[in-house]
Design a binder for this molecule. Structure first.
Ligand SMILES: [Zn+2]
Ligand SMILES: [Zn+2]
Length: 388
């Protein structure tokens, strides 16, 4: 192997480079030489070189040793694992479109000897949708849902073997479920371990499969699950039920169940956070003279006091008649916007009254006729006697 390059040269920085300089030099070069991004034949080599230089120079103690003794201060002094300990490459490279995922992407596994995040498989997460009316969202409720999912086989308790029989120990991994592999890399020999291919990491081979589950240890079932929906939930929120998703098999962890809550639109009320909005029609006489007007709320009827001379678009607020807040901090308000309704079909008498009113407002081009005057006088007398 060629002589090892100077770490400062590898990163293209000065001997007195600051931590920030080191980091930005590494990020720039790592992006260029990441094997996922670069087709250069030596990309992987260069990337490892860069990462090692960064691991040493970003650590005060290792950098000091390197400055004093050169490669001799590092080589043989640290194991591969210790060399890279404390460097979160995935964090460093997040946002470049690689290495930031949760699974680890091989290149880092190689540095650390693999084995991260492996183990028995986990069951799938499931999604179940529930439709709620606005009233149900307001009060909260308990309900039973029927969820199709994969469960541990009851006949063999998930072992996959016919009851009374036993699986045999896997010969490939001697029952450990893991196979180790030594690999020569520029850093020396690295031992990686992986799940055994023959037994799928179980360490055992099923020779007499269970008849109910065909040796998988799992069966499909519709499971009734009680859920409690708190009051005040919003459209699109979900409940997470740990371990209620698909079973993984004999040794794995079950997935989670996500119950997604869809709050359906209401024909009358519009919702904005914990506030509700309602449009209520009022008559022209209620608008002109003022009145107590009954309006619907989510929990029965309520009254708003409409003062005389109210216009279309006026908003009245009913405190606490909105949606309950999820954290138990009371409720929002109901905002009632009134709309003055013009009567469309009048009786003869109502029409006479309207015309008399129009004359009174001076809206007629001519003076009121004798007949109209007598009607007005009659009405005024009627109203006076009614009010006294
Ligand atoms: Zn079974
Ligand atoms: Zn095996």
């Amino acid at each position: 192997m060629a002589e090892k390059k100077d770490y400062y040269e590898v990163l293209g920085i000065a001997k007195d480079a600051s931590e920030k300089d080191i980091k930005s030099a590494y990020r720039k070069l790592a992006m260029k030489y990441h094997p996922d991004k670069s087709d250069a034949p030596d990309a992987e080599e260069r990337f490892k070189e860069l990462s090692e230089a960064y691991a040493v120079l970003s650590d005060t103690e290792k950098r000091q040793k390197y400055d004093q003794f050169g490669h001799a201060g590092i080589n043989g002094q640290y194991s591969q694992e210790d060399l890279f300990k404390g460097v979160n490459f995935e964090d460093l490279l997040r946002g470049f479109g690689f290495g930031g995922g949760s699974g680890g992407d091989g290149i880092f596994d190689m540095f650390f000897g693999g084995g991260r995040g492996r183990g028995p498989a986990r069951g799938r997460d499931l999604r179940y949708d529930v439709n709620l009316t606005l009233e149900q969202a307001a009060t909260g409720l308990e309900m039973t849902i029927d969820v199709p999912r994969t469960e541990t086989c009851p006949t063999c308790s998930g072992s996959g073997s016919k009851p009374g029989t036993k699986p045999t120990v896997c010969s490939a991994c001697r029952g450990t479920g893991q196979v180790t592999r030594a690999q020569n890399t520029p850093f020396g020999q690295i031992v990686t371990s992986a799940a055994c291919g023959k037994c799928g990491g179980r360490g055992q081979i099923i020779t007499n499969p269970c008849s109910e589950c065909s040796g998988t240890g799992r069966v499909r079932k519709n499971r009734k699950i009680n859920i409690k929906i708190p009051q005040g939930v919003e459209d699109g929120q979900h409940l997470k039920l740990r371990g209620q998703g698909d079973a993984a098999g004999p040794s794995g962890e079950s997935g989670d169940l996500y119950v997604v809550l869809n709050v359906m639109p209401h024909p009358q009320f519009q919702r904005q956070d914990s506030d509700l909005f309602l449009e209520a029609p009022i008559s022209i006489t209620q608008a002109a003279l003022g009145a107590d007007v009954e309006v619907p709320t989510l929990s029965g009827r309520a009254k708003i006091k409409v003062p005389a001379g109210t216009q279309t678009g006026s908003v009245f607020r009913l405190r606490g008649k909105g949606m309950p807040r999820m954290q138990g901090l009371g409720s929002g308000d109901l905002h009632v916007r009134v709309r003055v309704k013009t009567p469309a079909a009048l009786t003869d008498r109502q029409k006479q009254l309207m015309e008399a009113l129009a004359a009174e407002f001076g809206e007629k081009k001519r003076a009121p006729s004798e007949k109209e005057k007598s009607i007005i006088d009659k009405i005024v007398d009627e109203v006076k006697s009614a009010v006294q």
